[in-house]
Ligand binder design. Structure first.
Ligand code: ATP
Length: 352
């Protein structure tokens, strides 16, 4: 199912929960709505499902406008943050309910229910009632109940919120695989950037009811268009800079002159830009080693984590600079001065 949202605005009194949202989710795509609490993600999901009436704008499911169509007739299925399971039914009955409503034969129903119970590792609880399950198990039943009916579009509102860290990580892959194997279209709400980056085909980054950027995980992480996206999607070092030479891609920055391969096309010499440099983009130079784009820093704190060290340093401008050292050998110590290099591809420029 293709979902198209055109100029959607939703106001609650004075609060504009959504402002002029436009996006298209393609058939079979796993599309993420990512943003901090209160930015309008759930409101958009509920509007697509038909639980909210937009103040203005339109939603099209497979090209057809759905204004006035009740949720039950939209071929969308929502997995709620709360589980909304039937308390008097067993797990199996909860999961098979939707299929029985569709009049599917008992045999096919049993086959499909068993398959999804196995996929979500809850078959051993099939005869229990929801109140005999942990929160995480109930969450998986809610997911199974939605997956089993093969809806045109699955609408997932923080479906992993109540799971422990390990299960959360396992379930990311599970959900993505199930969606892809069944060619399901999914819209998935989260404020967890790792979940979005690891699972999404594309991500819409929300802020205060509007979309800041839509792109693949790689695009929003490596080529953020705004300071908000750069810092929401991952750790970064932000500085202001001024373009010295657009042809060369050189910038005057508080850390020295740096070259960027990512100058926006429409900037001119002398223009001010915001610069984002991710902590993993820096490399510690060996004694006497030369490279372009070098900067000198003083190490303030070394946080050794085994596979990497997180270093907090002070740059030439006196401000904090964070960088990671992969596979650290313990050579970098607090108080030491080190030279770092960063590739021009990792010096990301944005309009201030
Ligand atoms: P979270 O991640 O915390 O669930 P969210 O991004 O999903 O947040 P929404 O639930 O869509 O955010 O809320 C967006 C804004 O609209 C918030 O300011 C919220 O307080 C407001 N809002 C949501 N529902 C209502 C309502 N029924 N009445 C009034 N205001 C509402």
């Amino acid at each position: 199912m293709q979902i198209r949202v055109e100029h959607l605005t939703k106001c609650y009194g004075e609060t504009a929960a959504l402002q002029d949202i436009c996006l298209t989710v393609e058939d079979g795509e796993l599309f993420f709505l990512l943003g901090p609490s209160g930015c309008g993600k759930t409101t958009l999901l509920r509007s697509i499902a038909g639980f909210e009436t937009p103040t203005s704008g339109e939603i099209f499911l497979d090209g057809k406008p759905v204004a006035g169509t009740p949720p039950s007739q939209r071929d969308t299925a929502m997995v709620f943050q709360g589980y909304a399971l039937f308390p008097h039914m067993t797990v199996r009955e909860n999961v098979s309910f939707g299929l029985e409503m569709q009049g599917i034969s008992k045999e096919e129903c049993a086959t499909r229910v068993n398959k999804v119970l196995d996929e979500l590792q809850i078959r051993e609880f099939a005869d229990r009632k929801p109140n005999q399950l942990s929160g995480g198990q109930q969450q998986r039943v809610a997911l199974a109940r939605t997956l089993v009916v093969h809806p045109g579009c699955m609408l997932l509102d923080e479906p992993l919120a109540n799971l422990d860290a390990k299960l959360r990580r396992d379930m990311r892959l599970e959900i993505r695989n199930i969606c892809k194997e069944n060619h399901l279209t999914g819209i998935y709400v989260t404020h967890d950037r790792a979940e979005a980056l690891s699972m999404a085909d594309r991500i819409a980054v929300f802020r205060n009811g509007h979309i800041e950027q839509i792109g693949t995980p790689d695009e929003v992480y490596r080529h953020p268009k705004t300071i908000f996206v750069a810092s929401f999607i991952g750790d970064t070092n932000l500085r202001e800079g001024r373009v010295l030479d657009t042809k060369e891609g050189t910038l005057e920055t508080p850390l020295g002159v740096l070259r960027s391969a990512l100058l926006p096309a429409d900037v001119g010499d002398g223009d001010k830009l915001a610069i984002s440099m991710r902590p993993e983009a820096f490399r510690v130079l060996k004694e006497g080693e030369s490279s372009e784009n070098t900067l000198e820093v003083t190490i303030r704190n070394v946080d050794y984590l085994g596979e990497l060290s997180e270093h907090l340093a002070t740059g030439a401008d006196g401000n904090e600079l964070k960088f990671y050292e992969i596979n650290p050998r313990g050579a970098v110590r607090s108080g030491q001065r080190v030279r770092l290099a960063i590739s021009p591809e990792d010096v990301v420029c944005m309009k201030p």
